[in-house]
Write a protein that binds this ligand. Structure first.
Ligand SMILES: [Zn+2]
Length: 229
């Protein structure tokens, strides 16, 4: 999972370790597998003279599977060059990082979320809490403008267990790499365990645009939003 070390890796070389139907597995990959409401990456896989289209990336049996379009003529042990559809991925990174900012403004548990290219949504369990949604757009844009830097820190699962307040999403577990969990820190704004892909600083998000608020039941108060250049 090269994206856990650096989410800006757009191209990389790797070796095929397994092929099952149209699913190709690699020794290492920068392709993000669909999880936590973030779509899987798409892109290109080059092997010798052949170019294949990766139409989706998913987790299968705990491993990252690259879904190839059409017939494939590939072998285990073959060296490949992967290239991510950066236009898609960078927008997902901006949307996903925006969700962290929303978490800092709305101090409630996250009960759902979905990112797409055009717009995204995130659900909160407000419980008995109240929030005045009219201020949301300005508050998020203020945080973006403050240009907070994103940084990472690895802690053990035991350390995380002593700080349960850091966990904001109960349904999505961040990847556990040999007993280590990655914490994502956005300046002085947000700190939580997360295995997603983030921008370097909040200004890269651009402008936050609040679309609408929707109640999807007691535990799911939904915010629809998008980001513009
Ligand atoms: Zn994240």
């Amino acid at each position: 999972m090269l994206f856990l070390q650096d989410s800006y890796i757009k191209e990389f070389n790797s070796t095929i370790t397994q092929i099952i139907d149209n699913k190709v597995y690699l020794e290492e990959t920068a392709f993000y597998a669909k999880s936590g409401g973030q779509p899987g990456d798409q892109g290109i896989l080059n092997a010798g003279e052949e170019t294949y289209k990766i139409i989706d990336t998913i987790k299968n049996d705990g491993k990252i599977a690259h879904l190839i379009e059409g017939d494939l003529n590939l072998n285990i042990g073959q060296v490949i060059h992967g290239k991510i559809d950066w236009n898609l991925r960078y927008r997902y990174m901006r949307m996903h990082s925006t969700m962290h900012l929303l978490c800092s403004i709305l101090p409630f548990y996250v009960t759902g979320g979905q990112i797409s290219f055009e717009k995204s949504r995130i659900d909160f369990d407000l419980g008995e809490g109240k929030y005045d949604i009219d201020f949301l757009q300005d508050q998020v844009n203020e945080l973006i403008e403050e240009d907070h830097q994103v940084s990472y820190k690895w802690i053990t699962t035991e350390e995380l267990a002593t700080q349960p307040e850091l966990v904001r999403t109960l349904s999505v577990q961040p990847p556990n790499i040999s007993g280590q969990i990655r914490l994502v820190k956005i300046g002085s704004v947000d700190l939580q365990p997360c295995g997603g892909t983030h921008i370097h600083n909040t200004k890269e998000i651009g402008k936050f645009h609040f679309i609408k608020y929707e109640s999807k039941g007691k535990k799911n108060k939904r915010i629809h939003f998008t980001v513009n250049e």
